[in-house]
Design a protein around this ligand. Sequence first.
Ligand code: WT7
Length: 635
Amino acid sequence: MSNYHIKQLEEYFQVYRKSVNNPESFWEEIAEEHFVWRKKWDQVLEWDFSKPEVKWFKNAKLNITENCLDRHLPTRGDKTALLFEPNNPKEEAQHISYRKLHEKVCQMANVLKDHGIKKGDRVCIYLPMIPELAFAVLACARIGAVHSVVFAGFSATALSTRINDCDCKMVITADGSYRGAKTLNLKSIVDVALEDCPEVKSVLVAQRTGEKIDMVEGRDHWLKPLLDKAYSDCTAEVMDAEDPLFILYTSGSTGKPKGMVHTCAGYMVYTAYTFKNIFQYREEDVYWCTADIGWITGHSYIVYGPLANGATTVMFEGVPSYPDYGRFWEVVQKHKVNQFYTAPTAIRALAKEQLEHVEKYDLSSLKVLGTVGEPINEEAWHWYNNNIGKKKSPIVDTWWQTETGGIMISPIPYVTPTTPTYATLPFIGIQPALMDEKSNEIQGNQVEGRLCIKFPWPSMARTIWGNHERYRDTYFAAYENKYFTGDGALRDAVGYYRITGRVDDVIIVSGHNLGTAPIEDSINEHPAVAESAIVGFPHDIKGNALYGFVILKEVGQSRDRDNLRKEINQQITEQIGPIAKLDKIQFVPGLPKTRSGKIMRRILRKIAGKDAKNLGDISTLLNPEVVKEIKDNAL
Ligand code: WT7
């Protein structure tokens, strides 16, 4: 039996039992046998969810890049580590070997050091999906700087908020980025953001699109000449197991984004272990995750998890629709991809197009298909299974979160029998619980409740940067001694889990986690707007789209409604990013409120979802009359 690579269902149950009955000795064995340490731990786990405080591999010393790079050099030096597939299919793919990647990361690390970046400093990375993004992430980890990657689709305001929240000293960016047929000038966005970020002392600029940009004397530096003359060796900083590795922002149901802090050792062990099993990765395989490294999926399953296993990981710059809707499958054929991991929203978008975009290509290399980011609907699941997997490749529906660092509930392919729309069984070491309204754990099967995790796992986020209290309040206050996920789930007759969706004010649009509060704040700043409320409604491709109910001020009443809609979306685009734009905006005279003044989103959700026949008892509302008015004019 192998604890590290599970190949049979009985093995899964056996290893799972071991991981739950004796977590410390279980994880100790995994950590000992599969990673390199500068110093071993004194204690495997110390935890207290009431504080909350979690420490894995206490006092161990390591550097994650030695595990992702150096240790592979003797055996895999010439193996492709990073396979870069550019936006334009006519541009050649780059096969970056483990040796080359090690060299590039060391050079980048030396450039960071030359610019005064030390262990513990925060570095903001705002780059498109080009190899420099992976170099930058790993270079930070090499010298112990904490990376904060901000997805390069975020606006200047969103960027400056994130830079300031964790006091980044440096920003690494590019002149521009390619997204299908479009070019985006990233540097100009950084320039605007930095007007509000006085602490940023240097900006490194990778060249990608070659467009004209402004360089601020003394602050901005082209990356390439610096890299070219940097030493290609750089000693890895010795990190404590619990030193922060990175910060990654995720939206919450209230206020500003939460900077989730992940630490070195536990994150490494868990992402590597899940990657190996959930994708059944074997030495010669080519693995492709289509996410952007700006999200946790890219951190854990493009960069760290695959590289810690010595895998070949594809990094794709483009979009599924360029130059046509066959692009994903063209890339699968070209690189003989074995494991393919994408989001339900991409599957739905592709399923709408002609099947010939799929049929043109040889997809016989595929062995495992994955999905992540939101519940996958049955139709999309079957389209993926029939047309991409040809009913031969198991689909792993992987449930997890930015906060969990790694995959939590998922089938193991060729091991766990799959069921459409079910994430199936908890991964090794994960102890889920479903909670009822009275905060009791629901026992048994065929039940539904709120999903919690009742025991620590190695890759869980340890805090919210600069706000431990918010971390406790958000995740550990709702249920005693448990981590609350914010999701609802059901457990069926055989114990399989199905995630039913968010139970809080977070809406998942095209797989992106959006909090209602920051969007409402942005709308309310418009001079014509008095108040607003955002809800999600079902959308064919995006899963959910946003519906805004907006009350205008006196001054807004006479304005052209369509212009106002444009202005509101423009404002959201500038302050948050285009992903947060509203599909529908209804101007309303009031919002349904409880007597304590809380907006009844449940009612708005039903109206937006065209499901307003039975709204339940609304007589206790402060203003029941407004409901009919909103319903009659719904869009
Ligand atoms: C939320 C976390 C984890 C990487 C991408 C999203 C939803 C995620 C699934 C799935 C149903 C899912 C949950 C979760 N979610 N995967 N397989 N089935 N829902 O990370 O932005 O932190 O969002 O995404 O609602 O809480 P994130």
